[in-house]
Design a protein around this ligand. Structure first.
Ligand code: AP5
Length: 213
């Protein structure tokens, strides 16, 4: 199964993508996580991506598209994948469609998690991520068992660099301008499933499973 996750920053794409990947035994591929791993390792790609991410802007398509297409060509993607954070522009979606078409394949589902901007702003304020394994939690909606410590690996929980309030507003603006048009793109492809992302994490997951099954 080949799935793309759509939705504003903080809508819960990553949270749900982890559960979907586990349910269907397919890899969860997050372009944001790939960039953050590169930043942590001080690679050239990471340094370039950081310039854009810190401002709440998109990393240019010339960098992002090749990186993602290389990733989905790897062996573990043979039976499908769940893409989280890609595509984010129409050229990214078109490149993905063209690459899959070459193998007579296509995206099966585009899951759009709908959440209004005011809820997003509140969610981002409470998000914490593990500095070691990258797991995400929320101080109010999905709190860790021990404050400041990751439930999965015991690493330190930190605030993501681009979750500063002014950067979140910029990311939302970028989303509405550049990424929201993908909802129509996938509607025309006949693969769009919209779910109400304001429900609890478990309820959102049930809606997604209902749509995919
Ligand atoms: P990326 O890492 O993809 O960030 P994003 O899309 O902005 O999304 P987030 O990770 O912030 O949120 P999410 O929707 O995954 O929500 P989450 O599950 O964490 O990208 C970062 C940057 O990298 C971009 O700004 C860009 O610069 C660059 N980039 C990445 N991909 C790119 C591309 N393709 N092209 C160009 N540039 C690219 O949930 C948020 C919080 O809410 C968490 O705390 C969570 O616990 C909580 N939560 C989740 N669900 C619920 C719920 N139902 N109820 C209550 N709380 C919930």
């Amino acid at each position: 199964m080949k799935i793309v996750m759509l939705g504003a920053p903080g809508a819960g794409k990553g949270t749900q993508a982890v559960s979907i990947a586990k349910e269907y035994g397919i890899p969860h591929i997050s372009t944001g996580d790939i960039f953050r791993a590169n930043i942590k390792n001080h690679t050239e790609l990471g340094m370039k991506a950081k310039e854009y991410m810190d401002k709440g802007a998109l990393v240019p398509d010339e960098i992002t598209i090749g990186m993602l297409l290389d990733r989905i060509a790897e062996n573990d993607c043979k039976n499908g994948f769940v893409l989280d954070g890609f595509p984010r522009t129409i050229p990214q979606a078109e490149s993905l469609r063209a690459a899959l078409l070459l193998q007579d394949q296509k995206i099966d589902y585009a899951v759009d998690i709908e959440v209004p901007d005011d809820v997003i702003i509140e969610r981002m304020g409470g998000r914490r991520v593990c500095s070691k394994c990258g797991a995400t939690c929320h101080i109010k909606y999905n709190p860790p068992k021990q404050e400041g410590i990751c439930d999965s690996c015991g690493g330190e929980l930190i605030i993501r660099a681009d979750d500063a309030p002014e950067t979140v507003l910029e990311r939302l603006k970028t989303y509405h301008e550049m990424t929201q048009p993908l909802i129509d793109f996938y509607k025309k492809e006949g693969v769009l499933c919209a779910v109400d992302g304001t429900k609890t994490q478990a309820e959102v997951f049930q809606q997604i499973l209902g749509a995919l099954n």
